[in-house]
Design a protein around this ligand. Sequence first.
Ligand code: BGC
Length: 725
Amino acid sequence: MKLLSLTTVSAFLLATASAAPHPSGPIAWDSAYEKAEAIVSKMSLEQKVGLATGKGWEKTLCVGNTFEATDPDFPSLCLQDSPIGIRFGDNVTAGVSAITAAATFDKDLLYRRGAYMGVEARGKGVNTLLGPCVDPMRAPKAGRAWEAFGEDPYLNGVGAAETVAGIQDQGVIATAKHFYGNNQELNRKNSSSDISVRAVHEIWTWPYARAVDAGVGSIMCSYNQLNGTWACEDEYALTTLLKGEYGFKGFVQSDWGAQMSGAKSANAGLDMTMPGDIVMGDGLSWWGANLTKMVKDGEVKEERVTDMATRIAAAYYKMRQDEGYPEIAVNSFNRTEAPYVNVQGDHAKIVRELGAAGLVLLSNKDNTLPLSKKIKSIAIVGSDAGPNPDGLNPANCADHGCDNGTLAMGWGSGTVDYPYLVTPKDGIAKRAGKKVDIKYTFEDWDLEKAAETAKDADVAFVFSNADAGEEYISVDGNVGDRNNLTLWHNGDNLIKAVADANENTVVVIHAVGPVLMPWIDHPNIKAVVWPGLPGQESGNSLADVLFGDVNPSGRLPYTIAKDESDYNTDHDPNFNVVYSENLNVGYKHFDAENIEPLFAFGHGLSYSTFKYDDIKVSTSKKEDNMAKVSAKITNTGKVDGHEVAQVYVGFPEGAGEPPRLLRGFERVFLKKGKSTSVSFSLSKMDLSIFDEDKNDWVVPDGEYTVYVGASSRDLRLNATFTLSK
Ligand code: BGC
C-alpha cells in the first residue's frame, strides 16, 4: 500500500469536500490589486518577467507552469486543461461536455458543473483551469464546437458566467478561451478571421464580456489572426476591447504556441506566454530573458511588465490562493511524481443528472418513450451502444483521438480520461432488469445481423455517432473539423436496416454537433434521442430518460438543418476566413431567410405538455431591468417535468438585427396540472446593438417584440413595447 504524506491527506480531504463554495468566495478585484501591487512593487524586473513566462512544454507536471519568485516569494502557477475537467488527471471525473451542459438550459446546473470542476482542480493543485471554452459554433463541422455552449452568443454568455462563477467560487482561476475568432480547426494557426466590429461585439466576444462581468481571472488569446493581426498581438482586441471597453482585470495568456512576437505582443496587452516556448518544445522563448532585454533596450516599458505581473498576482489573490493551496497532483506527459489524490467525491451524481437533463428528445411518435412497463424484449444495435471493441473500457486512447465504442466526448486538449464509462447497453440492461430479454450487436457493417437482432424485439434501439476534435489529432481522415455532417461507422445504413426490420425503432445519436438525417421520415422510426456528449455516466443518464425516471427537457443548442446547403457557414479553406454572415449566425440565418430547419435551435420534447399564456411586459429606466416580461406556464400533461421557457427579442425595424435573438431562458419544474409564472429581466445590454459609427452600444428607439416560447420556432406568446430616449 502507498503511504500518504500529510499534505496528501489534507489535499485529499479538501478535494473530496462537496462543491460548497470556498468559505467566502473570491475577494473583490480592488482588494486583490492592493495585495498584488504590494508584492510586485518589491520584485525585480527578472522576477516580474518570470511570473509572465512559462517554463516550457513537457517540462513540468502541468501543461503550463510559470516561474516562481523568491524573496519576495510567489509560487509557480500550474495551468491545466480542460473545459470539461482535469486533463491528464487520474481519479478525476469525466463529465458532460459544454455542448451538452448548454442543452440543459439550466443556470443552476451550469453553475454546479463549474463548481465540481473547481473542487477537482483545486484538489489537484491546479491554480488555473483552462476553461470554459466560450467560442460560439460558427461552422457546424467545426472541430471544437462541442467544447463550448452552442451557436448562440447569449447562451454561451450564460454558460461562461455560470461556469466561471462555479470554478472561481472554489478558489480556482478560470480561463475563458480562445479570444477570439477561433471557430474552425482548418488552418487555425495561419488563417485570419475577418469580422465586422459589430459582429465582434454582438457575437464573437459577447460571451467573453459576460465572463468578465463574472470576474474571470484569465482569458486565453487564440492561434488565428484577426483581420490580419495575430490575436495574441492585437492591441485592439486585447487592450482596447478586452481591458478597455470590457474592463477585464485579470491576465491574458497565450494559447500554446500562439505568441508570434516578443515586444509586439507585450505592448499589445499579452500578459503571459504559454507554455513559454516559441515553438512548443524548442526550449526557446519570446519572453524570459528576451523580455528583460527588450525592457533594457527600451522596446517594452517596464511598467507594462509590472502590469503583467500585477494582473497575474491579482488573479491569484482574488481566488485567495495565498491562504494555502494543495500541491500539484496531476501527471501530465506520463510523469509519475505527483501524489495520489482522488478528487471524484460524489460528482458522478451531478454528471448523471446533467446527462439526463442535457438529453434532447428530438421526436417521439405514438408516445413510444418512455418505454412501457409491458416491454419484454429490447434490441440494441450499433457500436455506439457498446464499449471500445479493443477491449479497452474505458476508451481512453490518447486525448480521445479515436471513435471506438460509444461516444461520450470529442478529442483533443479539451478532454479528460474516463475513470469508467457506463455504456448505453449496460445502462439500459441494468435498468431493464432480468425480466426483459436484451439482444444486441455492436457490428455496424453487418446489416443482416443488425436486422436479425432487431426484428422480433418490442423496441429496437439503433445507435450511431459523429466525432470531432482538435486539429493536432486526425481521426479517420478528419483533421479536427468534421469532413462532412454524416454519421460515422455506416450509421445511415445501419439505422435504415434496423428501421426496415422493426416497426418500433428508436434512434439514439451521440454527436458533437448537427448531423444529416436522410432516414428521418422512415415510418418505423418512432423516436430520435439526442444525448449529445454525456461523459462517464452516459448509459445511466440515457436509461433515466428512456424508462421515464427523468422527464426529458433538454433543448438543442444549435440548429439541425434538413440539408447541408441550408447552413450559411462552413469551415473555410481560404487564408481570409470572411465572416460574411455578419450577425446571421445559426438560427438567425434560418429565421432571416425563412428556411425551415429539421430541428430548430431550442427544440426539445417532454413526456408532458405545457401551455403558455398571460404574457405581460413593462418597461422602466433601470439599466438592469429595462423591460420585464412574464408569462404563465401550466403543465397540461400527465407527468411532472421541467419546461424550458425561452425569450426571444425582435428589435425595432432599422436596427439591422436578425429577426429574433435569444435574450433569456428559465428551466422550471412543474407538477402535472400546476402552473407557475416565469419572469425575465431584459437589461440595457440585452436591448442594445453595437453602433459602429458611434463605436458604442446603443438602445435603438422604437418598437420591440418579445416572444416567449418553447423553442426558436415554437413561439407561443408575443407582446410589444416601445423604447425611446
Ligand atoms: C489548445 C488550448 C489548450 C492548450 C493547452 C492548445 O492546443 O488550443 O485550448 O488549452 O493547447 O493544452
